[in-house]
Design a protein around this ligand. Structure first.
Ligand SMILES: [Fe+2]
Length: 246
C-alpha cells in the first residue's frame, strides 16, 4: 500500500506543526466533550469530531510521524481517555504511512479515538481495579466492544467501518478473541490498524496492574503477534513508522 509519494513525505514546517498542534487540541477537546456526554447517558453526533479528524488525516498524509509528536491530553484526563487519544493519533499516522487515501485514514483515526468508548458503561470499580479481575469482572470488561458499538451506531456521522472496528478491535487476526459474534465478520482496514495501535499503546503504558514495556520489549511483542494476534503487514508498517520514534 505504501506509495512513492508516501515514501517522499515531507516534514512539516514549524508553523505547520504549530497549526497541527492547535488542530489536535481542538479535536481532543471535542472528543473530551463526547466522552463526557456519553458518560452522562447522551448520544452526541460525531460530525464535529469527524470534520477535525479529516483535517488531521490530511496532515498525517503529508507527514505521518508528525502526529506522534503531539500530546494534547491533560493531567486530569483518565487512563481510558488518554489511551483513546494516543490510539487515534497512532492510527492516523499508521494508516497514512501505509499509503491509504484520506477518507480511509480519517476513518482509522475516528475508530482509534472511539474504540474504547464502551468502557464508559463499565463500572469504575472494575475499570480501575488494581490487581486481577474476577471471572465475572473479566466477562463484564469484555462487553465493552459491544457497548461501544451500540453507542457509536447511534452517533450521527459514524461510518460503518468505524462501528465495525469498535465492535471487533479485540478480535484477533487468527479469528479468536472477543466478542465471539464478531469473529466471522469481514473486517476492514480501520479494525486492523486500530488493533495494532491499541496493542502498542496498551503494552507501553503504565497501568495499575502492569509496568509499561520498554520500546524494545514492545517491538518484540509486536513481532511475536504478527499473523496470530495482529495483521503482519500492518505491524511491519508500524515498526517502519516508529523506527526511532513512538
Ligand atoms: Fe478495547
Amino acid at each position: 500500500m505504501a506509495t512513492a509519494d508516501n515514501k517522499r513525505a515531507k516534514s512539516l514546517s514549524s508553523s505547520e506543526m504549530s497549526r497541527l498542534s492547535t488542530l489536535c487540541s481542538d479535536a481532543v477537546g471535542v472528543l473530551r466533550e463526547i466522552f463526557q456526554e456519553i458518560g452522562n447517558g447522551m448520544i452526541p453526533a460525531a460530525e464535529p469530531l469527524m470534520d477535525r479528524v479529516r483535517a488531521l488525516a490530511r496532515a498525517a498524509l503529508k507527514d505521518p510521524a508528525s502526529l506522534l509528536q503531539l500530546d494534547p491530553t491533560r493531567d486530569d484526563d483518565g487512563y481510558t481517555f488518554r489511551h483513546s487519544v494516543s490510539v487515534g493519533l497512532l492510527a492516523l499516522a499508521l494508516a497514512a504511512s501505509l499509503g491509504h487515501e484520506a477518507e480511509q485514514v480519517a476513518q482509522c483515526g475516528l475508530a482509534g479515538f472511539l474504540h474504547d468508548i464502551g468502557k464508559t458503561r463499565v463500572a469504575l470499580c472494575i475499570l480501575d481495579k488494581p490487581g486481577k479481575l474476577s471471572g465475572d469482572e473479566v466477562l463484564e470488561m469484555q462487553k465493552h466492544p459491544e457497548y461501544g458499538a451500540e453507542i457509536v451506531r447511534g452517533m450521527a456521522g459514524v461510518p460503518a467501518s468505524v462501528v465495525e472496528a469498535v465492535l471487533a478491535h479485540h478480535v484477533r487476526f487468527d479469528r479468536t478473541g472477543y466478542p465471539e459474534s464478531a469473529r466471522t465478520l469481514c473486517l476492514g482496514v480501520p479494525c486492523a490498524v486500530v488493533a495494532v495501535a491499541d496493542f502498542y499503546n496498551a503494552t507501553t503504558t503504565l497501568r495499575t496492574y502492569q509496568r509499561p514495556m520498554l520500546r524494545d520489549e514492545a517491538v518484540e511483542a509486536l513481532r511475536r503477534a504478527r499473523g496470530t494476534v495482529l495483521d503482519g503487514h500492518i505491524v511491519e508498517g508500524f515498526l517502519e513508522l516508529t523506527d526511532g520514534g513512538a
